[in-house]
Design a protein around this ligand. Structure first.
Ligand SMILES: Cc1cc2nc3c(=O)[nH]c(=O)nc-3n(C[C@H](O)[C@H](O)[C@H](O)COP(=O)(O)O)c2cc1C
Ligand code: SF4
Length: 639
């Protein structure tokens, strides 16, 4: 058998035959206007179809206005959806990819801003995470909703789709009916399987020619209990993990590392009930996906973020170009965009969501020389973009390895896998583009000018902000020093401004080595700029590691054996903490001295990218590095 034979064998799901077993599972793109997919949405899905995806399940499509999760949820009940489905289908199905829709009602799970619509559920039980307080649907309202599923299914059939997935995963309405502790009803919908049985029968009757599937959360005991009753009604089952209603559960919906890769494989057993099974969650490696299928854990795999990162992943895997796949690192910038209500983006692939406006670089008509200062994400992205177009690229990096701040955090549980995958992705791009990488070579103006480059990209990054406070009688280190290998003595207190992951990474690292760690957070919540799923998981791990967290404390001074803080909301309130070592995570400042020097030089074309312009995140660094190379080189090539 050839490599990845299981992954690339066809699979029949009811009336639909998938050409391969890689699935882009339902994911909200925010490429939606007036509750309908936009041209960008079509371009986004077409790219994944062209790349060889076997099945695309469109994002959650509300079956009724009361089920709109956000202002950007597609309305499956709108008459205009038929034409929209046809347009998406024309772009996707011509590539041999099957297209399903996902019929959705969030019930009490609503991410709405004011004025918020009334939330509804099986019962009037408040939901912790979104702080919604639903009313119970009346019996006739439940019947109307079931009919709405049927109406939406008929529209999907008219729109020429290949299948329909009903989602009852993630704590949404279906699960609110079959979970005994969430369903306190007195009518016949009290019976756990009743609501979904009627939904599935109604959908089947309205769209008899389409494949029909059901999505469930494999980590839900209630889902495991109800699945045997529902499996005979569908052509496939689909399992993922997570629960929107709880802080612990929601992180599982799109789990970031260190959640184990392929974690779903251990949870599929109870769902092997006859119909083909799609399994999703943290599957990023085609070989591991193939093994999941050949071992019998699943019949097909959702590789959603893997495809958000690299839409050509299936095509590359099929043809053995494994090293050229840009692997998802699980940073969750994609879902952060969804929660922010902005179009889908990938931190690593700036073309995701920009398929119409940011095409891959065209081969350069003239080979130019590009010098890049810094091999952090911005410099790596700039080098990869320029090399892809065929330019000569030389990178100067003062450290012994690529990756910048990502590499600095590579010893921590929160960043170990991300750093390794990011560096491997970019090392492969540098190798393919023939980039000259000068490690251990800090760039200076003279060395760069001596190359006589056509373009210089400054991606020198950032350094820790120095303290402005008077800090006496205590060992003081920056958390970056600790991440780089320095170790303090005795008890540790981290003064964390709360803006990024550095303080949290440091706390986790030291607690794991047996240190007694206190983290004083000068923000509303620790890790305020992190995506909520990653932040939830940091807070879970720190709690389990016995890290003491003191909230709302801004660093004031240190002396006489204590470190003094002020309450950030009530600054007249002082709080003193005893410690042996004080570690600082007070934000960053740009490393921009080289930029200033080269600008004075005058004769070179110099472009800054990433943190040296003002420290921000991975997404900005990679986007700016890409654009810095692209914009100038495209202009230079044309002239
Ligand atoms: C941006 C984004 C939006 C999502 N929206 C949905 C959705 O509309 N419906 C759904 O069932 N799952 C949704 N998910 C969850 C995915 O379908 C999938 O289960 C999850 O990303 C884990 O799979 P992965 O590790 O392959 O990415 C979303 C995921 C992402 C990243
Ligand atoms: S943004 Fe991060 S998690 Fe999302 S697809 Fe891209 S690399 Fe993966």
């Amino acid at each position: 058998m050839s490599a990845l034979a299981s992954l690339f064998s066809p699979l029949r799901i009811g009336p639909a035959e998938l050409a391969c077993r890689i699935v882009s599972t339902s994911h909200q793109t925010t490429l939606v206007e007036d509750h309908l997919p936009t041209g960008d949405f079509i371009a986004y899905q077409e790219a994944r179809a062209r790349g060889g995806t076997g099945l695309i399940v469109m994002e959650a499509v509300a079956v009724a206005p009361s089920g709109l999760l956000t202002a950007h949820t597609i309305g499956g009940y709108l008459d205009e959806i038929v034409d929209a489905y046809r347009r998406v289908g024309a772009a996707v199905q011509d590539h041999g990819t099957k297209l399903f829709t996902q019929l959705f009602h969030g019930g009490r799970e609503l991410i709405a801003s004011a004025p918020r619509p009334p939330a509804v559920s099986s019962s009037a039980l408040p939901s912790a995470r979104f702080h919604t307080e639903p009313r119970a649907l009346s019996t006739s309202e439940v019947e109307e909703l079931i009919a709405a599923y049927g109406h939406c299914a008929a529209l999907a059939a008219q729109g020429g789709l290949d299948g329909i997935e009903v989602t009852a995963a993630h704590g949404y309405l279906g699960e609110q009916f079959f979970t005994p502790e969430w369903n306190l009803r007195q009518d016949h919908y009290h019976e756990p399987a009743r609501f979904l049985t009627e939904v599935l029968e109604t959908v089947r009757a309205a769209a008899p020619g389409l494949a029909l599937g059901l999505r469930l959360s494999a980590d839900s005991a209630a889902a495991r209990a109800v699945a045997p009753a529902l499996a005979p009604l569908v052509d496939y089952l689909h399992v993922a993990v997570g629960n929107s209603a709880t802080f612990d559960g929601c992180s599982g919906i799109v789990p970031p590392p260190p959640a184990p890769r392929n974690l779903i494989a251990a949870l599929t057993g109870p769902f092997r009930l006859g119909p083909p099974l799609i399994a999703t969650s943290r599957i990023v490696d085609p070989a591991e996906a193939d093994e999941m299928i050949s071992s019998g854990a699943a019949d097909a795999v959702g590789m959603t973020r893997a495809l958000i990162t690299d839409p050509d992943m299936p095509r590359k895997a099929r043809s053995g170009q494994i090293r050229s796949i840009m692997r998802c690192i699980g940073c969750n910038a994609c879902i952060a965009h969804y929660h922010a209500g902005t179009p889908i983006r990938c931190a690593q692939n700036p073309r995701t969501g920009r398929e119409r406006t940011l095409p891959a670089p065209a081969p350069a008509a003239q080979r130019l020389r590009v010098a890049v200062a810094g091999a952090g994400p911005a410099g790596l992205a700039a080098a990869a973009e320029a090399a892809h177009a065929g330019h000569e690229v030389i990178i100067f990096e003062r450290a012994a390895h690529i990756g910048g701040q990502m590499q600095l955090a590579s010893g921590t549980p929160g960043h170990r896998e991300q750093a390794a995958a990011l560096c491997a992705n970019y090392q492969a791009l540098l190798d393919r583009g023939g980039v000259e990488l000068r490690l251990g070579a800090a760039a200076d103006a003279g060395a760069i000018a001596a190359l006589q480059p056509d373009l210089v990209i400054i991606a020198t990054g950032a350094r820790p902000a120095p303290p402005q406070q008077n800090l006496a009688d205590v060992e003081v280190l920056q958390v970056w020093d600790v991440l780089a290998g320095a170790r303090p003595k005795g008890r540790v207190l981290i003064a964390d401004w709360g803006g990024d992951a550095a303080g949290l990474d440091c706390a986790e690292l030291l607690a794991g080595e047996g240190y007694e760690v206190t983290l004083a957070a000068g923000s509303v919540v620790p890790g305020e700029t992190l995506h909520q799923y990653a932040r939830n998981q940091y807070l879970a791990r720190l709690a389990r590691a016995n890290v003491r967290i003191e909230h709302h404390l801004g660093l004031h001074s240190a002396g006489e054996g204590v470190v003094r803080f002020r309450n950030i909301f009530a600054p007249e309130l002082e709080h003193a903490i005893e410690t042996d070592a004080l570690l600082l995570s007070l934000g960053r400042v740009p490393e921009d001295a080289l930029l200033a020097q080269l600008r004075e030089h005058g004769s070179l074309t110099v472009r800054p990218a990433g943190d040296c312009r003002s420290p921000r995140g991975l997404e900005e660094a990679i986007l700016e590095g890409t654009l810095a190379a692209r914009n100038d080189l495209a202009a230079a090539t044309i002239s």
